[in-house]
Design a protein around this ligand. Structure first.
Ligand SMILES: [Zn+2]
Length: 129
């Protein structure tokens, strides 16, 4: 997860790249800005942990070992970035999901690598409060 930042203190957050020429924000490394076509420079900014669920879909078939069904979606953040993610803490039921619902980022251990280290991934879940 190259754009997930896990600070020693405080909440984890996603790191965006902001174009200093026009202010467009992207997730992940960029070599050129697709909005103004300049090659940056880009600066790293912490992205909001809250956004809106733009689109979702319920996955019923996956690779062996991955429990189904589960929910995937694209979350719009206030910075203008769209994030593909898995949704957790929500039933894979269309009646429980709606477009534009507020969601917040959370993290969890998704798997372990070959050396047995925890691999931390980010998820979104329905926003609380
Ligand atoms: Zn730009």
């Amino acid at each position: 997860m190259p754009f997930l930042c896990l600070p020693e203190e405080g909440e984890p957050y996603l790191v965006g790249q902001r174009c200093r020429s026009c202010g467009a924000v992207y997730l992940g490394e960029r070599r050129a800005c697709s909005k103004c076509t300049r090659e940056g420079p880009f600066e790293q900014i912490p992205l909001s942990r809250r956004g809106e669920l733009w689109v979702w879909s319920i996955v019923h078939q996956s690779v062996p070992g991955v429990p189904v069904p589960y929910v995937v979606g694209i979350v719009d953040l206030p910075e203008g970035v769209s994030v593909r993610c898995n949704l957790i803490d929500v039933e894979p039921d269309p009646a429980k999901l709606r477009f534009g619902m507020p969601v917040e980022m959370t993290t969890g251990v998704s798997q372990q690598d070959r050396e047995g280290n925890d691999v931390v991934a980010f998820y979104f879940r329905p926003a609380r409060g």
